[in-house]
Design a protein around this ligand. Structure first.
Ligand code: ZN
Length: 248
């Protein structure tokens, strides 16, 4: 069974065989390794050199590369800012829904009309496994992820508005989650809360965000390793039917 991990900078560094996949959106580098008898393919979301900013990430290429490899289960890892006092920096957040405030292209389908259903935007089976694994190690929250365009962090006024609609704010879930569903791939997201969003703490620094994920990297790795072992090969969720069911 093949499992995909798409991670932010430095989140899940593993030694493995580098395999380049040609996509309609350019070449995508993956790292392949075996774990718990599964074939795991890791894609560094921000590219080979880790420096592609969130608004320039090759989301389409990354998801298409997963599809081309034959992967049908993907976990996305990222950092978010908390807009709620009770969701503390250092905790893990597993989104159950999202709102898209980006200006990005969120589809593969330009030549046919496909309206994929996002009533349940994440794979319920992979989400549950991430939940069970996270509970062993960390404080855990779930809720709504607000996706912003970036690369600037949000203003206080933006956060004051956005927290009425969601719980955390981040830049990379969209369009990744949507594109995965369009490809019929089971996808769920694991987020590290790296800081409070603007207005909830005095000021934000990237050093603080980096220090947080450095500190939490070993726990993220344990959670992901556990998930890789437990994601079942046969899943009775609807994810894989989404493109067919959404066709006009
Ligand atoms: Zn699924």
């Amino acid at each position: 069974m093949k499992i995909g991990i798409i991670g932010g900078t430095g989140f899940y560094e593993i030694a493995g065989e580098k395999i380049e996949i040609s996509t309609d959106y350019g070449k995508v580098e993956t790292i392949h390794f075996k774990k718990s008898n599964r074939d795991v393919f890791f894609i560094s979301r921000h590219g080979k050199n880790h420096h592609t900013p969130a608004h320039k990430v090759n989301y389409h290429g990354n998801v298409q590369a997963m599809k081309k490899i034959g992967i049908d289960a993907v976990v996305g890892i990222s950092t978010v800012g908390s807009m709620k006092k009770g969701i503390k920096p250092g905790s893990i957040f597993i989104p159950n829904d999202f709102i898209d405030f980006t200006k990005r292209k969120t589809t593969f389908f330009d030549k046919e009309t496909i309206h994929i259903d996002l009533s349940e935007p994440f794979c319920p089976i992979i989400r549950k496994i991430l939940f069970q694994e996270t509970k062993k190690y960390r404080a855990l929250n779930e809720g709504i992820y607000i996706a912003t365009e970036g690369p600037h962090l949000e203003t206080k006024a933006e956060v004051a508005m956005l927290k009425n609609f969601g719980d955390v704010v981040g830049m990379t879930l969209v369009p990744e989650a949507i594109l995965a569903r369009e490809m019929g791939i089971c996808y769920a997201s694991l987020c590290l809360v790296s800081n409070y969003a603007a207005g909830l703490q005095k000021r934000l620094s990237i050093k603080e965000i980096k220090d947080m994920y450095k500190a939490k990297k070993p726990i993220i790795k344990k959670i992901i390793d556990g998930a890789i072992e437990k994601i079942p090969e046969k899943r009775n969720c609807r994810c894989r039917h989404a493109p067919k069911e959404g066709k006009m």
